[in-house]
Write a protein that binds this ligand. Sequence first.
Ligand SMILES: O=P(O)(O)OC[C@H]1O[C@H](OP(=O)(O)OP(=O)(O)O)[C@H](O)[C@@H]1O
Ligand SMILES: O=c1cc[nH]c(=O)[nH]1
Ligand SMILES: [Mg+2]
Length: 211
Amino acid sequence: MRVQVVEHPLIAHKLTQLRRKEAPSNVFRQLTGELVTLLSYEASRDIATEPVEIQTPVATTTGTELSDPKPLVVPILRAGLGMLEGMTAMVPTAEVGFLGMARNEETLDIITYAERLPDDLTGRHVFVLDPMLATGGTLVESIRFLKKANAAKITCICLVAAPEGIDRLREGVGDLDVDLYVAAIDEGLNEKSYIVPGLGDAGDRLYGLAE
Ligand SMILES: O=P(O)(O)OC[C@H]1O[C@H](OP(=O)(O)OP(=O)(O)O)[C@H](O)[C@@H]1O
Ligand SMILES: O=c1cc[nH]c(=O)[nH]1
Ligand SMILES: [Mg+2]
């Protein structure tokens, strides 16, 4: 598994605004969208393309277009949904699959409450979106679904990751072709397995309290 922290002054600035506890939901949603746009630019560097002959108003030329099979973008509900629009705006040919997962905050077990993915992902590049990689339980579980469907390549895009979660993900993916792009790797997890300094519960900050 390759891990890349995308370093850029705009990413650093926007992430700092996102971390501020006083940022209201509308600002949090806006910044999440902007951050995923910036991260996806880097995370899609090896997306498959093909040459295509086109006609400009002046001449015939060979250009480049995204090739088939179409990339699949999978936001992990709820919080990953906040990253979907920014990603599909950047990768216009992408199809979208959904995984709904929630971490039991006591046991840290992952409950999968929704799964809407193509049965067969052979040959396809899948982009998984989730702002938080904490213990890694959620991402490892989502990759289990994608592996079962035979995904060729998986690129995870997260905003903030804990070192513990990265280690667990690395173990969990084994020899699968997986890349992880993040805006920051934080200090670690607290006693409730929240990322420190992190940004709190991303789902709640985007959409309000779950309960
Ligand atoms: O790495 P982990 O320890 O598994 O934790 C990370 C998960 O926790 C959050 O989701 P949550 O379970 O809070 O669901 P939500 O998006 O509905 O708030 C986050 O969006 C990740 O999916
Ligand atoms: O810090 C954390 C950990 C898990 N889920 C979140 O939303 N935030
Ligand atoms: Mg949550």
